[in-house]
Design a protein around this ligand. Structure first.
Ligand SMILES: [Mg+2]
Length: 240
């Protein structure tokens, strides 16, 4: 097998987990109609992701932290993700999780699955002194409205011309970032977006599908990068 540098970027909600925990938390503790309307506004590009999270936080009145943690503990990672992490270790493939969700639940879900050493970037969520949910966005970039944690910037900062980049995702916050990667694994909303915009991708159901396709790619003599992704990365490197 030819030695190649592979970098894998993975979305969290709906990709590593089956459910979207960010949304589930607000559906559980907020008012369904209000929450649905805010998410609808996000998906029709009426509001940015950051505006969406801020509005969702405002829509929830006081919250009990223990109750919140108990709710989070009902969710797990997709079991195929655990063996995918081992596979990446074995093949020395760097794996970075890029989430437009929140550290508060990502930590809990990873700890429960025994995945404590994974590198991830996300927004931050906490219960403030008045008992309200509050969010902060340490990786926000106003030029990237579809993800309050600018996933594209993390890809640019963590890759070079020598790398083959892989993106795995399912939704709105992956639309921009995926376009900067050479190989895209898509399901649900991201799959629709790639199809409509004629962006090449591999459909997947779980991480076993991804692993098998990566093994196939690694066995190829000539592995071509996606030209449109190279152009996008180049213009981003120049802009820096
Ligand atoms: Mg997602």
């Amino acid at each position: 097998m030819i030695k190649r540098n592979l970098k894998v970027f993975v979305d969290f909600d709906g990709t590593i987990t089956i459910n979207d925990l960010g949304e589930e938390i607000f559906r559980k503790f907020g008012k369904t109609e209000i929450v649905n309307k805010i998410i609808e506004d996000l998906l029709s590009d009426k509001i940015s992701s950051r505006q969406c999270w801020d509005q969702l936080c405002k829509s929830v009145s006081k919250i009990d932290e223990q109750e919140l943690n108990d709710f989070i503990d009902r969710f797990d990672v997709d079991p195929t993700f655990i063996s995918f992490v081992d596979f990446c270790d074995e093949y020395k493939i760097e794996l970075i999780v890029l989430s437009d969700g929140f550290d508060l639940y990502i930590n809990r879900v990873f700890n429960k699955a025994g995945l404590t050493g994974l590198k991830y970037y996300s927004n931050k969520l906490f219960v403030d002194d008045s008992g309200k949910l509050s969010a902060v966005y340490p990786h926000y970039d106003a030029n990237s409205p579809t993800s309050a944690n600018c996933k594209k910037n993390h890809i640019i900062n963590h890759s070079s011309d020598d790398d083959y980049t892989i993106y795995i995702g399912d939704g709105n916050s992956d639309k921009e970032a995926a376009q900067y990667c050479d190989f895209i694994f898509a399901k649900n909303g991201l799959l629709k977006f790639c199809s409509i915009n004629k962006i090449g991708f591999y459909p997947f159901n779980n991480f076993d599908d991804v692993k098998n396709k990566i093994l196939e790619l690694l066995s190829k003599k000539n592995l071509k990068k996606r030209h449109q992704a190279e152009l996008k990365r180049k213009s981003a490197y120049i802009a820096e």
